[in-house]
Design a protein around this ligand. Structure first.
Ligand SMILES: [Zn+2]
Ligand SMILES: [Zn+2]
Length: 239
């Protein structure tokens, strides 16, 4: 009997409990149906940067900023806005060692993916942390979310193909030009990637300058298409 329980515990079979309200979870997720339905989905995202478009705009048309200066990546896709309970889940994973949130966030992203028309890449690449930050935190939250996505959609994940060579100052408060200058050359590839289409994985995209710089690095290395998949898209004023 004891062995049976140990077996069950190790296999991860347990009764899921909603991490937001404490009632029973649904479909093996630590989230109840009500809390899940209340998550702030971005109904009308810009097809380039993923930020919400105004209700009056044409859904297929990029936002004004993307029409003027398109980002380095091809498409940033994020199902949720950085509001409601999303910051609690993301900061829990990032700053409070709630590693179980990686599976929950990954699963929410996969579920949204399956209801979307997003093109699948050949390879997933988590946005890397600088080794000093990695030492401090003990894990890379983007890699943890990415591992779960990779397993669920059966696409390989290159955990160490891209590294962050420089620790960069916080981006908030800088204008676009300064942010880009700040990030220049902050990433490098450690191996040649024999693919044409990559999706970068991140927990949340805010200014976009980090993923833009990784995308620039990948494109310079000959990758034809670089998408970004993030759990949430934040506008700067909400971050
Ligand atoms: Zn709940
Ligand atoms: Zn846009």
């Amino acid at each position: 009997m004891v062995n049976k329980w140990i077996e069950l515990a190790l296999s991860g079979v347990y009764a899921p409990v909603c991490v937001l309200c404490g009632t029973a979870g649904q479909s093996g997720l630590d989230l109840c149906l009500g809390c899940r339905a209340d998550l702030p989905r971005i109904a009308r995202p810009c097809p380039r940067c993923g930020l919400p478009l105004p209700d009056t705009s044409n859904p297929g048309t990029p936002c004004g900023t993307c029409q003027q200066i398109g980002p380095q990546y091809d498409r940033c896709w994020a199902p949720f806005a950085y509001s409601g309970p999303i910051p609690y889940l993301i900061t829990g994973l990032k700053f409070r060692s709630r590693l179980a949130f990686a599976r929950l966030l990954g699963e929410l992203l996969v579920d949204a993916l399956r209801h979307s028309r997003v093109r699948y890449p050949e390879l997933l690449l988590p946005v890397p942390l600088h080794r000093s930050r990695l030492r401090e935190r003990g894990y890379n939250q983007a890699l943890e979310v990415g591992r779960h996505i990779a397993k669920r959609i059966q696409i390989p994940l290159a955990a160490r193909a891209c590294i962050r060579t420089r620790h960069t100052a916080p981006q908030v408060g800088l204008d676009r030009t300064l942010r880009h200058r700040n990030m220049r050359g902050a990433f490098a590839l450690t191996e040649r990637l024999p693919v044409r289409h990559v999706a970068l994985i991140d927990d949340v995209v805010s200014t976009g300058s980090t993923v833009e710089e990784v995308a620039r690095t990948l494109k310079a290395a000959g990758i034809a298409r670089v998408d970004v998949w993030a759990v949430a898209r934040a506008t700067l004023d909400r971050f």
